[in-house]
Design a protein around this ligand. Structure first.
Ligand code: PLP
Length: 363
């Protein structure tokens, strides 16, 4: 039996998803290209889009970060100006990318337990007309906070800015109305809420905006525009595709549909989250975020104040019981994280709670 992964990904996947990988296939096989085509169409459906809405999906080799980097390094021109809104490590990572590519950036930086207020962003836009792009993380997995992409999206629309959303850990489990929010580029990956295995990321892009990105890429391999052109032409990747990961993803989409789609998956994750919160509260654990800002994807817990609490021992003892939690990533507070996504059900949360109780009592 594999361990239960209460992490932000890679996650536990269905047996059928793993079994879907037991094939060899050439990257130019008709069968494979048909699967890529299906996945690209299905992603738009999962995003709530129809072909008339003017969006397309681009698969990109590599983990989620590669997808974000393909967007940042391709869609912001040399004379562009990025407004980055960040309250965690994944937002900061976008800042790091912008720096490496020499992209002019204005950063609104918040503490990790603050939802960035829309007014602040509006003030920046009012003062500085040179801003061309806005980027934000939806579920900032550092803490599990849900950022206000509705508010920021409407702002981007109102001021005519290109809007980039890292929805890595929310896409597929939190409904996002891309059209209403005017999202130009949304990024997620194969091994988060769609419950596939690692291997690639994907970008859902507004075609009108993507079309303007010709010749802007600063790298060859992460050139989002060229990747799109080739996929659009014949569903081929420019370089070796992660075949088995794509086969698994095709199956993972079937499983998402069989579960009842995004809303049903969202319900399951929310049930996991509710039980986790009740159970951990009963054990005296406290969450880092205020409840109203906390999403249902992953939760940060403060270290218990007991003198005997030792995170390494806590982690190891849980691990010995087959329960894998996640370390914290906060800049100034000791936390650990527990995710509810992937193939996890109420019984798994119960088992984790029992294990946590045992380990805390031991300590
Ligand atoms: C997981 C994640 C990423 C990408 O991380 P990888 O390790 O590259 O897969 C980016 N942003 C957010 C918000 C994430 O949760």
């Amino acid at each position: 039996m594999d361990n239960k992964l209460f992490t932000p990904g890679p996650l536990n996947t269905k047996l059928s998803v793993k079994q879907a990988m037991l094939h060899d296939m050439g990257s130019r096989d008709k069968e494979f290209l048909e699967i890529v085509k299906e996945i690209r169409a299905e992603l738009l459906i999962i995003a709530g889009l129809t072909p008339e809405d003017g969006y397309d999906s681009v698969l990109m080799q590599g983990s989620g970060t590669f997808g974000v980097e393909s967007v940042i390094s391709t869609v912001i021109p040399t004379d562009g100006h990025l407004l980055l809104i960040t309250n965690g490590a994944y937002g900061d990572r976008i800042g790091q990318m912008a720096k490496v590519y020499g992209i002019r950036t204005t950063t609104l930086n918040y503490r990790e337990n603050i939802v960035p207020p829309v007014e602040d962003a509006e003030n920046v836009l009012l003062k500085d007309e040179t801003i061309t792009h806005i980027a934000i993380v939806h579920c900032e997995t550092t803490t599990g906070i849900f950022n206000d992409i509705e508010g920021i999206g409407l702002l981007a629309k109102k001021y005519g800015k290109v809007f980039i959303v890292d929805a890595m850990s929310s896409f597929g489990a939190v409904p996002i109305d891309m059209k209403a929010l005017g999202i130009d580029f949304l990024v997620s990956s194969s091994n988060k809420c769609i419950e596939g295995v690692p291997g690639f990321s994907f970008v859902i892009a507004k075609i009108k905006t993507l079309e303007t990105c010709i010749g802007q890429a600063r790298t060859v391999s992460l050139d989002l525009y060229s990747q799109w052109i080739d996929l659009k032409k014949n569903n081929q990747f420019r370089f070796t595709p992660p075949i088995q990961s794509i086969l698994a993803f095709r199956k993972a989409i079937d499983e998402l549909k069989a579960e009842g789609g995004i809303l049903k998956r969202s319900e399951r994750y929310q049930q996991n989250y509710q039980r986790l919160i009740e159970g951990t509260e009963a054990l005296g654990l406290r969450t880092y975020l205020n409840k109203e800002d906390q999403g249902y994807i992953i939760t940060s817990f403060l270290f218990p104040e007991h003198l005997n609490f030792d995170f390494t021992r806590f982690y190891e003892s849980l691990h010995q019981r087959g329960q894998v939690i996640y370390q914290g990533k906060l800049s100034d507070t000791n936390c650990f994280r527990i995710g509810n996504i992937g193939q996890l059900y109420l019984q798994d949360i119960e088992n984790l709670l029992i294990a946590i109780k045992e380990v805390l009592e031991e300590m």
